[in-house]
Write a protein that binds this ligand. Structure first.
Ligand SMILES: [Zn+2]
Length: 212
């Protein structure tokens, strides 16, 4: 069931234009380990039983090789107990902002739903490395997503639907922020406005589908 859910999530991300070719990958916590899309996966031939089962230390079960970014997923599951599903994409607007090496500031109150007053941008290091895994997981401290400099973005959620929503929301907010930057630069929420928005949400980090 989890394998089929991951396949559906991967397909939905493609249909939303969030992934091009085999860039991007998804995973789900499974027992003490995880299930993750295979390396170089092709959306047209990918099947549920192609998902690679592996431990969070990197031991894969089966013949297929996991995504080259498996270490980034494993580090997040190890260090973020609330992470159940992870989406990593090179979606256009998140990647464009990440290429500026900038965090996403509190230009809109929905930024706060990711857990704090900004969505951080992890420094650039080579893809597929343990260094990237550590930097991405650290940039997500207290957050459910981050940008990856000169690379893309990564988010986690409590289930498949939540992770999809977070990925789409982060991409939309990066687009809105870039538009505002191009139009002269947005006014950012001040500390009082941030505190008032958090109080309005009721709970810091409440999920976006419950927000107006
Ligand atoms: Zn990537």
């Amino acid at each position: 069931m989890l394998r089929a859910d991951l396949l559906q999530l991967y397909g939905r991300l493609h249909r939303h234009g969030m992934m091009i070719g085999s860039s991007g990958n998804v995973s789900a916590r499974a027992g003490a380990g995880m299930l993750i899309t295979p390396t170089g996966c092709d959306i047209d031939s990918l099947a549920a039983d192609h998902m690679v089962e592996m431990s969070l230390a990197g031991a894969a079960i089966g013949l297929r090789r996991p995504s080259s970014e498996w270490e980034m997923h494993a580090a997040i599951y190890r260090e973020h107990p609330d992470a159940q599903v992870i989406v990593h994409t090179h979606s256009d607007h998140a990647t464009a902002l990440a290429c500026l090496g900038r965090p996403l500031p509190a230009f809109h109150y929905n930024v706060l739903t990711f857990g704090g007053p900004d969505i951080r941008c992890a420094p650039y290091v080579t893809f597929g490395t343990p260094e990237l895994a550590a930097l991405a997981s650290a940039a997500m401290a207290g957050r459910r997503g981050c940008l990856l400099a000169n690379h893309g973005m990564i988010v986690h959620g409590r289930d498949v639907a939540d992770a999809l929503t977070s990925a789409l929301l982060l991409e939309a907010m990066c687009k809105q922020y870039l538009l505002a930057l191009a139009a002269g630069g947005p006014r950012l929420l001040n500390e009082t406005e941030i505190a008032q928005a958090i109080a309005r949400f009721g709970t810091y980090g409440k999920q976006p589908e419950n927000l107006s």
